[in-house]
Design a protein around this ligand. Structure first.
Ligand code: PLP
Ligand code: COI
Length: 356
C-alpha cells in the first residue's frame, strides 16, 4: 500500500514535553497524523501529514447528526525501548463493527494497520518511557458530506492521531469512587451502546459532570429498562469478585465489548479463577458488599487500564469495598496485563506485536 508522506520543516516540529510526569491524558499530540478521504465509493490515497486542523463545511453531517466513530488503543514502550501494540486486530474488528452500525464505509484491515504502523515509526520518539504512560492512539472516522437532509453521508475522512499520555486517573493504580446513575442511562437495547460512536459519550457528560461535582471519579451505568442491572463504569467494563469468583456483566448489546475485558477474562481463567459472565443487580451487589461476600471490584479499559473501585454511592448512601484498598486479585490481574502490554513478561497469547 502506498502512503504519501509529507516532509515537515523544522518549524513544523513541536517542542516535545520535557518529562513523562507532566503529561495528562490526551492533551499533547505528536507532529504528524495519518489521514485518508473516502469519496466516490472508495478510499483515496492515504497520507501522513502535519498534525493540524481539518477543514469542514459547516453543514458536514458529522457536526449535525453525529455520524462519527472512533477507537482507543495504545503503543506501550518496552524496557528495551521498543513499541508494543496490543491486540490490534481486535480494534480493527470493532472499528468496522462501529462503521457498519453507523452506515459508514469499512476500513480495509491493511489500510488501518499499515497507516498506523507507518505513523508510529515516524513518531516513535514521542512515546513516553514511564510505566503507566503510553502513546495513546485515536483512530477516528467522520462523515463530511455537506447536507442537512437526514441520511447517511457519501464522503468520509478516516484519520489517526497520537497522544503521549500519562495514566487516565492521575492518582495511578489507586481506588476510585463511583456514583451509581439512577436517572440517566448510557445505552438502551437496539441503540448504539455496543459500538464506539461520539453520541454515547455525549450522553454521559451531564451525569458525569454531576458525579464529578459531588466528588466521585466515574459513573456506574444501570440497564435502561429495569434500572437495576449493572452495565459499565464510565468508559470501562466492570468486574466483581464474589466468593473468590470473578463476575462481569454479559455482552447484552448495550455494553461495549471491551478488549481489556476479554483479556482480563482470559488472564483470570488462566490464573485459576472461575469466571462468570452474569447479569448482576445493584441490589445484589449492595447486599454482597454488606454480607462480606463481595471482596473486590474493579473497572478495566484501554485508557484507564485496571481501576480498582473503593466505593459505590447509590441512593444517597456510600458502600465501601475492601476498606477502599486495592485487593489481591485486582492487583494480580492488573500486573499480569501490564506486564504483557509493556513487554516485561513473555506474551503466551500472541496479543503483542512489537513494531519497532
Ligand atoms: N466501555 C466503554 C463505554 C468504553 O468506551 C471503553 C473504552 O474503549 C471500554 C468499555 C473498554 O474497552 P477497551 O478495553 O477495548 O478499551
Ligand atoms: C479508551 O479506553 O480508549 C476510550 O476510548 C475511553 C475514552 C472515553 C477516554
Amino acid at each position: 500500500m502506498e502512503i504519501t508522506i509529507e516532509s515537515l520543516s523544522l518549524e513544523d516540529l513541536k517542542v516535545k514535553y520535557s518529562s513523562d510526569e507532566e503529561l495528562g491524558f490526551g492533551q499533547v499530540f505528536t507532529d504528524r497524523m495519518f489521514i485518508v478521504n473516502y469519496e466516490e465509493d472508495q478510499w483515496k490515497i492515504p497520507r501522513i501529514v502535519k498534525y493540524d486542523n481539518i477543514e469542514l463545511n459547516p453543514s458536514a453531517v458529522c457536526l449535525h447528526y453525529g455520524q462519527t466513530i472512533f477507537e482507543g488503543q495504545k503503543a506501550y514502550r518496552t524496557p528495551e525501548g521498543n513499541l508494543n501494540l496490543f491486540r490490534l486486530d481486535k480494534n480493527i474488528e470493532r472499528f468496522n463493527s462501529s462503521a457498519r452500525r453507523l452506515v459508514m464505509p469499512e476500513i480495509d484491515e491493511e489500510l488501518y494497520r499499515t497507516g498506523l504502523i507507518t505513523l508510529l515509526k515516524l513518531e516513535k520518539d514521542w512515546a513516553p518511557k514511564k510505566l503507566g504512560s503510553s502513546l495513546y492512539i485515536r483512530p477516528t472516522m467522520i462523515a463530511t458530506t455537506p447536507m442537512l437532509g437526514l441520511r447517511t453521508a457519501q464522503d468520509f475522512i478516516f484519520y489517526i492521531i497520537l497522544s503521549p499520555s500519562g495514566p487516565y486517573f492521575p492518582e495511578g493504580f489507586q481506588c476510585v469512587n463511583i456514583y451509581v446513575s439512577e436517572n440517566y442511562i448510557r445505552a438502551a437495547p437496539g441503540g448504539m451502546g455496543n459500538v464506539k460512536t461520539g453520541g454515547n459519550y455525549a450522553a454521559s457528560l451531564l451525569v458525569t459532570a454531576e458525579a464529578t461535582r459531588k466528588g466521585f471519579n466515574q459513573v456506574l451505568w444501570l440497564d435502561a429498562i429495569h434500572k437495576r442491572y449493572i452495565e459499565e463504569v464510565g468508559a470501562m467494563n466492570i468486574f466483581f469478585i464474589i466468593d473468590d469468583e470473578i463476575f462481569t456483566p454479559p455482552l447484552s448489546g448495550t455494553i461495549l465489548p471491551g478488549i481489556t475485558r476479554e483479556s482480563i477474562l482470559t488472564l483470570a481463567n488462566d490464573s485459576g479463577y472461575y469466571v462468570r459472565e452474569k447479569a448482576l443487580s445493584i441490589d445484589f451487589v449492595i447486599e454482597s458488599i454488606g454480607n462480606g461476600s463481595l471482596t473486590e471490584c474493579f473497572a478495566a479499559g484501554t485508557a484507564a487500564s485496571v481501576a480498582p473501585i473503593g466505593s459505590l454511592y447509590y441512593q444517597d448512601k456510600s458502600y465501601m469495598i475492601n476498606k477502599s484498598t486495592v485487593g489481591p486479585i485486582s492487583k494480580l490481574l492488573y500486573t499480569n496485563l501490564i506486564d504483557i502490554q509493556y513487554g516485561r513478561k513473555e506474551d503466551p497469547y500472541g496479543w503483542i506485536e512489537t513494531i519497532i
